[in-house]
Design a protein around this ligand. Sequence first.
Ligand SMILES: Nc1ncnc2c1ncn2[C@@H]1O[C@H](COP(=O)(O)OP(=O)(O)OP(=O)(O)O)[C@@H](O)[C@H]1O
Length: 248
Amino acid sequence: MLEVRGISKSFGGVHASRDVTLTVPQGGITSLIGPNGAGKTTLFALITGFHRPDSGSLAFMGEDITGLPPEAIARRGMIRTFQIVQPFAGQTARENIAVGAHLRLRSRAAALARADTVARQVGLGDRLEMDAASLTVAGRKRLEVARALATEPKLILFDEVLAGLNPSEIRDVIPIIRAISDSGVTILLIEHVMQAVMSLSAYTWVLNQGEIIAEGIPRDVVANPKVIEAYLGKGMAERMANREATRA
Ligand SMILES: Nc1ncnc2c1ncn2[C@@H]1O[C@H](COP(=O)(O)OP(=O)(O)OP(=O)(O)O)[C@@H](O)[C@H]1O
């Protein structure tokens, strides 16, 4: 569905993406993990046209999308969410979600009706009249998901939709993500909450310093010494390996 081929991007001397190649299959949920600063958000921004790659190419649904702006990519059916949700203050949750719906619907009434439908899908049906700025963090995260869904995407890139939520809020949102996937929308998520990565995603790529260092089913990937080293640092990874060896 999405093919990322040899994408690289530097900011000054920082190689935020180094020759990243991956293919997201149609249907289901896959994920992108990696320590802070690994280049996950940058890769989302490159895929969805917010940054231009220095080299490499992107194809979505079999068509080249390299260099297209975000709106053109969204029209083709690929949308991202943002880690920091910034709703339009002074507008209701319904109006905020309708902004997404306007990508495909010109009529105000149709966009507002679509907003109502997706708000119910994400459990915001009872907060449509609230000023979006007064939503809680969990409410804002749902709003961001709804705004993306309102664009009628084929593929959604979720950037840490669970960040900042408490365990019970996370438990509430996981079934919503699963239901979106079951409705036929393909999902690629960036997530630090490992429990969610393990329970939701069928396949994961691990980024470190802009590079993919491992990929596979999450259970195997989190046991990979290279991945443990990337998260914990070399010293800690070696100590863990020694402890395992002593136990065996
Ligand atoms: N616009 C930019 N200008 C300069 N440097 C940038 C820019 N965007 C990202 N970077 C740098 O690129 C690297 C990757 O950052 P990125 O935000 O993609 O990582 P991340 O894996 O999403 O991190 P986190 O998990 O903390 O959100 C970092 O070193 C960051 O400082």
